[in-house]
Write a protein that binds this ligand. Structure first.
Ligand SMILES: Nc1ncnc2c1ncn2[C@@H]1O[C@H](COP(=O)(O)OP(=O)(O)OP(=O)(O)O)[C@@H](O)[C@H]1O
Ligand SMILES: [Mg+2]
Length: 750
């Protein structure tokens, strides 16, 4: 159905914004955007915008944020679930700097340089970071006038959903008159979200770029669009059906995004497709690709996974999953946007919000495997999000989403259950012991709720209470309060009011599970003894530490390791418990061993190969262990278990840098990491006085050091040196340090 667009000038907003948007190539509003502005949203009314993928929800949110900022209603908080999405939005919002409107971002281990969150007008954060800001009672939160919840269907997520609804409930309670704008393409019960948020609701099915969804079987895609069914024949010339479906789009100069269910498959499928791509890539593009490949996998010490990625990139294909590190992730996304890479094979970590030039999205796997659940078909909502990555206005005139069937009954199943289906209703996942105890402690510790009545009123403001009877969660609330009190994280006074103990307060600020704090406290208060593997395993035994898996064939090896370590462990192996508890225990032992290798300076290559993980994973394990070690030292301090403190501090530094104790002093220098630190040490430069004394020329001659690093070291030691190379900063492999726990919880773990 053709509908009239509305010109930007008709909007009641500052003319400078209009001119700015026009310069970005936006002159008219899409019809659903126009409907959004017919509500009272520009005057501060809450809005739920439930319109299709790629229909421009961000622009609506953007204009609302700018209006709130320029009207003096306060700064804007933009919540996102995924790192890649945050990066994209940051790049977009930064363009408003020419209007004097500044943007900052804080996600995961990456904070945008420049303006601090405090000073910025627009602040982009992950849900967990927002929660942490609330816990720390960050003062500028009171200046927030508008919060945008992008991809608000995250509420449906078992792990992360509770945090999002609590953040929204808390912000509404602590910031007077805060405006909420919630966005999603895939909530069929958007009316419930709107009622919950007391928001106007705008729904629409209009999409600027038509999207056909279909299912491939046996040389043919059966497409559906607007109720019409069409068939597309696929040239079957390659003895690989997936390659045929991919090349069908490449033949017409399009690009393809393939979704698969596991990281391992991303690599396998990318490898399988790469040999078919050469003829679609110009020589000039080949040269650029090979430059990028060198950046990723060029160093002899690069981990095997990075080398594989590099080889694929050089051939025009790439894989993408949460195990990639920031540099790899950015390069893959940017090269795809520049049409250098023709194909990306990804896990759902690219499935929401991002704008990519993928004319065709292929969802190869509609089943997923999780150890706890076995194999199950993915929710329609997730399929629709993946499908929605196809056909984005900036890049394509049309989009196609294709599922792959092997048999006719399967094709029918896919058409009925995905192609022609509406997403499921989203439901609150707040009623879980883990979520409730963490969020209750946080609200008591921040003095937001001082008694049961106030707790009930906070809970009453959640989506859970809107959707279900509150009594259903009362039970969880009562037992969580009991748990926190018994664990001495909170205290009840005679008048029934709650206060957090010093340990409870710190637990909340540290963003760790109350269960973790109690475990660490109990174990560390019991003994003055400690040893590396014992502590590393204790850390891995907490529910906050991500773990690697133990495969069936590895189980025996780690059973032996358990026996070897038995005297040193601070937690005993489970006896006669479920096999599940034992296999968890083995996974903890395996992860602890990995961490021990890291602080023994085993190379990245050795670690990734021995444990069959990517470097991104290693960083994740290490960062989280570093944080939990810090948490353990904080807890030791609070409970006066002073014998552990120095040991834990030392261990924390070793985890941060991945080094033995003898070079800790060296790696504290900027630009000196585990490799250069060891190199200096092996040249008899073992401490700062040695480095002070050594002539700069000699220092520069040491392998891996060179002139710019030598200069930088000398400068840090107080020498008056002008850096000859202004790009030194780039040369310096900064050791990513992490400042808190919530950053690890983002990304769907995909
Ligand atoms: N009025 C407009 N005119 C032209 N292009 C627009 C307009 N509004 C948005 N766009 C462009 O459309 C693209 C998709 O917008 P956006 O990312 O906001 O989609 P979305 O609705 O958030 O989709 P998703 O549900 O997938 O996140 C962007 O590249 C954006 O610049
Ligand atoms: Mg979006």
């Amino acid at each position: 159905m053709e509908r009239k667009n509305i010109r930007l000038e008709e909007l009641d907003i500052n003319k400078r914004i209009i001119t700015h948007l026009q310069a970005q190539g936006i002159s008219e509003l899409f019809p659903p955007q126009a409907s959004a502005f017919k509500t009272d949203v520009l005057n501060g009314k809450n809005l739920v915008l439930a319109i299709p993928t790629s229909s421009g929800k961000t622009l609506v949110a953007e204009i609302c944020m700018l209006k709130a900022i320029l009207d003096g209603r306060g700064k804007a908080l933009y919540l996102v679930p995924l790192k890649s999405l945050a990066r994209e939005k940051y790049a977009e919002f930064k363009k408003y700097e020419s209007l004097g409107i500044t943007t900052s971002m804080s996600v995961g281990d990456y904070d945008s340089p420049g303006k601090s969150l405090h000073d910025a007008d627009i602040v982009i954060v992950t849900t967990e970071r927002a929660d942490s800001l609330v816990r720390h009672k960050v003062e500028w939160l009171n200046d927030v006038g508008i919060v945008v919840a992008d991809e608000v269907h995250l509420i449906n997520d078992q792990k992360r959903g509770p945090t999002l609804e609590m953040v929204l409930a808390k912000l509404t309670q602590i910031v007077k008159d805060i405006q909420i704008v919630a966005l999603s393409a895939t909530i069929s019960n958007a009316n419930q979200i709107a009622e919950w948020l007391d928001a106007e609701l705008v729904r629409d099915t209009w999409r600027p770029v038509p999207l056909s969804e279909g299912v491939y079987l046996d040389g043919k895609i059966s497409f559906y669009r607007d109720g019409k069914n069409t068939q597309r024949r696929i040239n079957r010339t390659r003895r690989d059906e997936l390659a045929d479906v991919v090349c069908d789009t490449l033949d017409e100069d399009g690009q393809v995004l393939v979704f698969v269910s596991s990281r391992r498959s991303t690599i396998a499928v990318a490898k399988k497709l790469a040999p078919f791509l050469r003829r679609y890539i110009s020589d000039e593009a080949m040269r650029q690709l090979s430059k990028g490949a060198t950046k990723i996998g060029g160093a002899p010490s690069a981990p095997e996974a990075s080398k594989i990625l590099a080889r694929l990139i050089a051939n025009g294909a790439a894989f993408h999953h949460a195990g990639l590190d920031n540099k790899e992730r950015a390069l893959v996304e940017d090269y795809f946007k520049e049409n250098l890479l023709k194909v990306i094979v990804a896990t759902p970590t690219l499935a929401a919000g991002v704008n990519l030039p993928s004319r065709r999205v292929i969802v190869r796997d509609y089943r997923r495997y999780e150890p706890e659940r076995g194999s199950y078909p993915i929710p329609i909502l997730e399929y629709k999000q993946m499908a929605g990555r196809a056909g984005r206005p900036k890049y394509d005139e049309y989009g196609e989403a294709v599922l792959i069937a092997r048999t006719e009954p399967e094709q029918d199943f896919l058409i009925d259950n995905y192609t022609l289906s509406e997403p499921e209703e989203i439901t609150s996942k707040l009623a879980s012991p883990r979520a409730v105890r963490a969020h209750l402690l946080a609200s008591v510790a921040a003095e937001m709720t001082r008694n049961r009545e106030e707790i009930d009123s906070l809970i009453a403001g959640t989506f859970f209470s809107h959707q279900f009877d509150q009594w259903e969660i009362n039970q969880h609330v009562s037992s969580a309060l009991g748990f926190l009190e018994e664990g001495s994280l909170i205290e009840t006074s005679t008048d029934g009011s709650y206060t957090a103990t010093p340990l409870g307060k710190r637990t909340s600020e540290l963003y760790i599970d109350p269960y973790t704090a109690i475990l660490l406290r109990d174990v560390l208060s019991e003994t003055d003894d400690h040893n590396i593997i014992g502590i590393l395993h204790l850390i891995c035994h907490t529910p906050d530490q991500p773990l690697t898996y133990v495969t069936k064939s590895e189980a025996e090896e780690y059973e032996v390791t358990v026996d070897d370590y038995l005297d040193k462990l601070m937690i005993e192996p489970p006896i006669e418990e479920s096999p599940r508890a034992y296999s968890d225990f083995l996974a903890q032992i395996k992860t602890a061993t990995l961490l021990q290798d890291w602080i023994s300076e085993k190379t990245e290559k050795d670690i990734t190969e021995r444990y069959n993980v990517g470097m991104g994973d290693v960083h994740r394990f290490v960062q989280s262990a570093e944080w939990l070690t810090y948490a353990a030292s904080e807890i030791s301090r609070i409970i006066n278990a002073t014998s552990h403190i120095h040991f834990l501090h030392n261990l924390r530094s070793r985890l941060r840098y991945g080094v033995r104790s003898d070079i800790l002093e060296l790696v504290d220098l900027k630009g000196v990491g585990r490799v250069r630190g060891r190199m200096l040490h092996s040249h008899n430069l073992v401490n700062l006085p040695d480095l002070y004394k050594v002539p700069i020329e000699e220092l520069a001659r040491i392998p891996t050091i060179g002139t710019s690093i030598a200069e930088s070291i000398k400068k840090q030691l107080g020498f008056d040196i002008k850096l000859t190379d202004t790009e030194t900063e780039d040369l310096i492999d900064d050791d990513d340090s992490i400042d808190s726990m919530q950053t690890l919880l983002e990304d769907f773990g995909a």
